[in-house]
Design a protein around this ligand. Sequence first.
Ligand code: PMP
Length: 404
Amino acid sequence: MTIEALRDDFPILRREIHGKPLIYFDNANTAQKPAVVIEAVDSFYRQHNANVARAVHTLSEEATTLYEQSRERIAGFIGAASAQDVVLTSGTTMAINLVAHSWLAPRLKAGDEVVVSQMEHHANIVPWQLLCERSGAVLRVAPIHDDGSLDLEALYGLLNERTQLLALVHVSNVLGTVNPIAAIAEHTRTRGIALLVDGSQAVPHMPVNVSELGCDFYVFTGHKLFGPTGTGALWARRELLEAMPPWIGGGEMIESVSFDGTVYAPPPRRFEAGTPNIAGFVGLAAAIAYLQAQDLAALAAHEQALGARLRAGLAAVPGLRFIGSARDRVAVASFVIDGAHATDLAVLLDLEGVAVRSGQHCAHPLMQRFGVNATLRASLAFYNTADEVDRFLVALAKARGMLG
Ligand code: PMP
């Protein structure tokens, strides 16, 4: 396997931007899709399109089978004991809101506490904040060290008998920090506190096994995992899913409906009201199958080497400060450069064919923690190359020079 051969699987990587070959370093925002994903979606609409679980005709049975096979593919990929423990959602945001409304809301009382960390994406802050405001509960925030690692001592010190939930990111989308979830889960389990893990930035970079991690809820989004947008999943321990009432009502999530009372379907269908993104999940299954056919350990090692090369190059840029340099990290580099605004740099980099994200990365509290109003973020995937890293560094030096 060579990276060049893998790159051929991703049609968009052949694009030019402003006459320059695309260097796509915005993978933490959304990842590109291999042709097998695009073809799976295309083939679904050409050959199998029908609604799921409603009709007995052949196409509907095919669509239902493909949709359920996607659930099984996802379950296998994250080490879930059963596909029935996986709720298909439109992404991480919807998965977290489902836990907030169905699991936490009914039990959250005034004076209770929910704990998040300073490195959370807004998707893992605002849903809890909304519930706390409504119920009189308190949202508490675990601090992070200057290097962007979690302050575990402070985190454990925050947990107490009022804590209903700890909601924590597995891998930070800004810092790249990998949090020690298994150790944290052991701690929360012994203290009887539920743990939700936002795995959006973890699943594209490392093997994840929810059964081994020991958390209670694990969520991720499909579009960062080389699959279509509008797909994602919530995995939860079976007894928690069983105890959760429906949140969104409608078709597909019931056994029977009458005006005297409605009987809800068991999980996961109970949480999947309405017509789902069937083609999207067919595409996500193809993305996961594609990954499973690769040597993932080799790809992870390649990504780590690229990340190291990128950081070494960036470290030589005058006036550059990394935001996040924890030891355990993925190939994401966020940084600021004295006298050059991140967005100006991103605009100039785009002229060189480089796609990077500038701004606050849906993590305002994290920006406040580091006293910056924006960072430039280069986030890599396995299809990036050392040559791209080198060309990015040259483009960055040029952009920096143009800003005086
Ligand atoms: N959490 C993290 C850590 C993320 O990086 C993102 C996407 N940037 C989200 C949550 C939200 O994912 P989505 O928009 O797909 O729901």
